[in-house]
Structure formats: C-alpha cells, structure tokens
Write a protein that binds this ligand. Structure first.
Ligand code: SAH
Length: 341
C-alpha cells in the first residue's frame, strides 16, 4: 500500500502541468500568468512558479487586508462556512452558530479527545483569518494556540480581539507562510486548517508542513474547498468545469484546486494514519445565498463599495460558488488524520 502511495506521490511530483491561467491583479488588471496545478509540480517548474507564488501570496495578503474588516462587521470573527442541517430553513441569526457548528463537527469527526489528560494543549491555526478558530479552540481546551496568516491586518486584529477577550496570554498571531511555518518539528498536538488549504499553491508542501509541525499522535484537521473526485476514466475536469473554477480562482486568489482523493493520497504518501474524509457540501449549501443576501442589504452594499476593488471582485464571484456546488464541481471537504506515535 505504502509503495503504491509513494509511486503515486512521485508521479504527482514528476508530472508537469503547464496549463496556464490568468489572474488579474491590482486595479490596472495586469494579467498575472500563473501555473495552475501547483500541487503537481516538477523541480523545473518550481523556478517558473516562484515569482508567481510571490504574487499570489501578495494578492492573498492584500485581499484579506482589504476585506476582513467588512466581513467582520457583517459576519463576525469566523471567516468560514456554516454547518446547517440539509434543507433547513435558515435565518440570518442562525449563521454565527452554524459557523461554530463547523468547528464542533470537525472536532467530533476527527475524534479530538476532550478528557483532561489527552485534550490538545498546543494548537496551530494555519491560515487563521482574524483568529476566530484560535480563540475558540484555546478557550475550549485551555490550550495555547498559534495562528498564522499572510495578512498583517488580520494578524493585528486577531491579536487585539484576543486581548479584548482576555486570551492574550494564550493565543498569539503572526504573519507567516503555511508552506514554511515558523515552528519547530513536532510542536503541536492539534494542527488545524480551516478553509485555508484552497489558497495553497503547493498542496504537497502544505500537508508536509502540517505533518512536520504535528507532534507524534497529534490530530491534523483540514477543512477545505476541493473539486469533485475524478472518475477512474477521467484525467481532468471538463473544460466548462475548469472555466468555472478559474473564474473563482481569479476572484478569491486561489491557485489550482485538487480533489479530496488527491488530499487523501498525499496524506497516505506521508504515512499519516487514521485518514478520514467527508463531503459536507450539502451541509454548507445555505451559506453563500446568505452571504449574498447580507451583501445586498444597505449596510452590505455601502461597506462593499467603500472597501476596494479586490473585495468587490471577490463578491462578484460569490454566485459562482453556488453554481459550483449545485453542479457538483465544488466539494466542501473535511480531511483528518493522525501523526503516528
Ligand atoms: N481559518 C480562518 C480564515 C479563513 S480565510 C477562519 O476560518 O476564520 C483564509 C486564510 O488563509 C486567511 O487568513 C489567509 O491569510 C490564510 N492564508 C492563505 N494562504 C496562506 C499561506 N500561504 N500562509 C498562511 N496563511 C495563508
């Protein structure tokens, strides 16, 4: 099994994907040529993509610098989907509890221990936004939590919310790259990535870093956007599916998407254990319609217009997320595993 996995991983690493996509950055709409398929790169493609990765990182940082305040004003401290009962009739007031429910469902799915001797004591929140998960998890487990984000505005806001909530000595935030984490090997017993994996241009490096900073026996939780799994006879998504995802990439500063099955194979290739995944797409379905409704209120529209072009462009692709889920191209996935003892 593991040799099959390593064979798969090496294929993954030695296949060149030269499909290019345009990402418009900045108000001048200058085309940024970026290799899609960053999860699948060769050594020779690394040199080509290093500059593109820098531009992507800069775009992500600026996008969140610009848009986090408006998101917080309308939606609060969690910058991720909510978890709803399928087909539930949802009120605006339900959304914050639905966002907390995602956290709880993820912890439950990964069987994170709650008893005093085994609960997590040291947590990393990879792609922490303004620190909603970090503070929640720190409070729940009495744990230390370290959040990293590319956005200086988010890191600063996360820290001041922590101080305001009396958690300044428990949680800390910094600007750092998930693909090169500023932490020693084996530091954390819970490694948490809530809706940040979709931004990572190199999925193998991403999961390798999650595994590196995990302590023996630690739980790793990845909640992320994926594209649908390919059937055994397919080599790629259909052209119209790719076009849809490309537009979303441009609005939200995302590199290539991968499938849940791709993540599982990557985790297997790193010899992680108890690998589990689930598709929560139906449970998050009410989320984007609600975000769009809130953007269309007077407050939403005026804040959006004052926010800046990157935020507006992000808002314009929100309906495409609904389309992607409805067409089954986009999957909202949870993937969890443990680092062997
Ligand atoms: N997990 C948070 C925020 C999700 S938004 C929440 O649920 O509220 C995505 C986050 O991923 C942003 O904070 C963004 O800065 C971060 N991110 C994206 N790429 C990153 C990278 N390479 N390194 C660190 N953080 C990254």
């Amino acid at each position: 099994m593991s040799s099959l996995c390593s064979a798969w991983a090496s294929t993954l690493l030695t296949t060149t994907v030269t499909r290019q996509a345009r990402l418009f950055s900045g108000t001048k709409r200058q085309p940024l040529q970026r290799l899609r398929g960053g999860a699948i790169r060769t050594k020779s493609s690394l040199a080509v993509t290093a500059a593109d990765d820098q531009r992507l990182k800069k775009g992500i940082a600026e996008f969140y610098d610009e848009s986090s305040g408006i998101w917080e004003n309308i939606w609060g401290e969690h910058m991720h989907h909510g978890f709803y009962d399928p087909d539930a009739v949802v009120q605006i007031s339900d959304h914050r509890s639905a966002q907390i429910r995602v956290l709880e469902q993820a912890l439950l799915f990964a069987s994170v221990p709650e008893d005093t001797s085994k609960k997590p004591r040291s947590i990393v929140d990879v792609g922490c936004g303004i620190g909603g998960s970090s503070r929640y998890l720190s409070r729940k487990y009495g744990a230390e939590c370290y959040g990293i984000t590319l956005s200086p505005v988010q890191a600063e806001r996360a820290q001041s919310l922590a101080a305001a909530q009396g958690l300044a000595n428990k949680v800390s935030f910094q600007v750092a790259d998930a693909l090169n984490q500023p932490f020693p090997d084996g530091k954390f017993d819970l490694v948490w990535s809530m809706e940040s994996g979709e931004h990572m241009p190199d999925k193998l490096k991403f999961v390798s870093e999650l595994a590196r900073v995990a302590a023996p026996g630690a739980t790793i939780i990845i909640v992320t956007w994926c594209h649908r799994d390919l059937s055994p006879t397919e080599e790629s998504l259909h052209p119209e599916e790719k076009r849809l995802l490309d537009k979303i990439c441009d609005g939200f500063y995302l590199p290539a998407w991968c499938s849940t099955a791709d993540y599982i194979k990557l985790l297997e290739s790193l010899s992680l254990k108890d690998i589990k995944a689930a598709d929560w797409s139906e449970n998050v379905a009410p989320f984007w319609p609600a975000v769009i409704r809130s953007a269309l209120t007077w407050d939403g529209l005026t804040s959006l217009l004052q926010s800046g072009w990157k935020t507006i462009r992000g808002a314009l692709v929100m309906p495409l997320m609904i389309e992607g889920f409805q067409k089954g191209v986009i999957k909202f996935s949870i993937i969890t595993c443990k680092k062997p003892e």
